[in-house]
Design a protein around this ligand. Structure first.
Ligand code: NAD
Ligand code: ISE
Length: 336
């Protein structure tokens, strides 16, 4: 069976997921495209999915009998309505992060999925499918003993002008928020933010860099630097320190060149290249599971947990240096 998929939001990642579904992965075809910018959807059709129907609205795409499963890759604040509509239609839905931009919105999705009685939603936390993070998790579990601290950095070369201070949390740190819950098998109890000296490359509406400290229920302290105007490349760093040793996230493979009295390795410049294999694996898993009627990847609950944590981190931004408590409700059985 070929899973007939529809994409809502044909910008950077919508186009990239369309490419991988059409050209790299197996078991699915893009049969529908939609974007508030219809020209963008038409361009993706012309370049990558000639058989796809263009829908004027995402809601019409979700309702169409031609679409078995939905891919939501529009702007973050539009995800909630589309995911709710897909659940109401009983269709599997892959939603890029964030699941919703508020904890309240994410909770509404969890409630709708629980009422439906079966998992339909996978959230695009692709780092869980990254080979480097999986090796780090194995090393933590087999070699490091009890984890004590995590030191991490999330650096982007630049961001668009529309990217403002809270987006460092909702848009960027949200990857670490989910990844460290999964890596450590732990939840968070508090968040604190401090702002180092600001780079001259950040505009007036963006505090950059930022350092976020999350503390887990077992007392692990996680320090993450977010620096989205670092200029030099796309650089994701992570070191876990345990009672018996420390382990580092592998660097992406790059040839070392010796030339002109220098030794160099290229550094990647965007997320597409850095996590290309992880994106392929997460999407293939979604296709296979959606076709079988079972979804097991990052869940609405994970999206909700990330949103609760994000809300606390944004509050911590607004109260520099203060520890903001994080509390989570009980997990519904659907997500056990
Ligand atoms: P983008 O601006 O390039 O594309 C978003 C597209 O959505 C645009 O074409 C826009 O016109 C369209 N759109 C906006 N509102 C819409 C609506 N209501 N209905 C239909 N279309 C709408 O942005 P992007 O970089 O592709 O990011 C899209 C989403 O993917 C964001 O939520 C972002 O956080 C996420 N993302 C995830 C990763 C990752 O590493 N997993 C990487 C990049 C982006
Ligand atoms: C973007 O949306 C992503 O998800 C990238 O992985 C992240 O590095 C970037 O900061 C976000 O804007």
């Amino acid at each position: 069976m070929t899973l007939r998929m529809g994409v809502i939001g044909t910008g950077m990642i919508g186009r990239d997921h369309t490419r991988r579904i059409q050209q790299v992965l197996t078991g699915a075809e893009i049969v529908a495209l939609s974007d508030v910018n219809l020209e963008g959807a038409r361009a993706v059709k012309a370049d990558l999915a000639p058989n796809a129907e263009i829908f004027e609205t995402g809601q019409a795409l979700i309702a169409s009998d031609k679409v078995d499963a939905v891919l939501v890759t529009s702007w973050g604040d539009t995800h909630e309505d589309y995911v709710l509509a897909a659940i109401a239609a009983g269709k599997p839905v892959f939603c890029e992060k964030p699941l919703a931009t508020t904890a309240r919105g994410a909770k509404g999705i969890v409630d709708a999925e629980v009422a439906h009685g079966k998992r339909l939603v996978q959230v695009g936390f692709m780092r869980r499918f990254d080979q480097g993070y999986n090796l780090l998790k194995q090393t933590l579990e087999n070699e490091l003993g009890t984890p004590l601290m995590v030191h991490a950095a999330h650096r982007n070369p630049t961001v668009p002008d529309a990217y403002v201070t809270p987006m460092a949390i909702h848009d960027t740190l949200i990857h670490e928020i989910d990844t460290f819950r999964w890596l450590l098998g732990d939840d968070y109890v508090s968040a604190r933010v401090i702002f180092p000296r600001k780079t001259k490359h950040a505009h007036a509406g963006l505090a950059d860099p930022q350092i976020v400290t999350l503390v887990t229920t077992r007392g692990v302290v996680i320090n993450t630097e977010i620096f989205v105007n670092c200029r030099y490349g796309y650089d994701i760093q992570c070191q876990i320190v345990g009672e018996e040793g420390a382990a580092y996230l592998p660097e992406p493979m790059a040839v070392t060149m010796r030339k002109n009295a220098r030794r160099e390795n290229a550094i990647l410049t965007d997320w597409k290249g850095r996590f290309v294999a992880a994106f392929d694996t997460e999407m293939q898993a979604f296709i296979d599971e959606a076709a079988n009627g079972t979804i097991s990847g990052p869940s609405s609950w994970d999206g909700y947990m990330a949103a609760v944590t994000s809300d606390a981190c944004v509050k911590a931004q607004e109260n520099e240096g203060a520890a903001i408590d994080i509390t989570y409700p009980d997990r519904p059985a659907l997500y056990n």
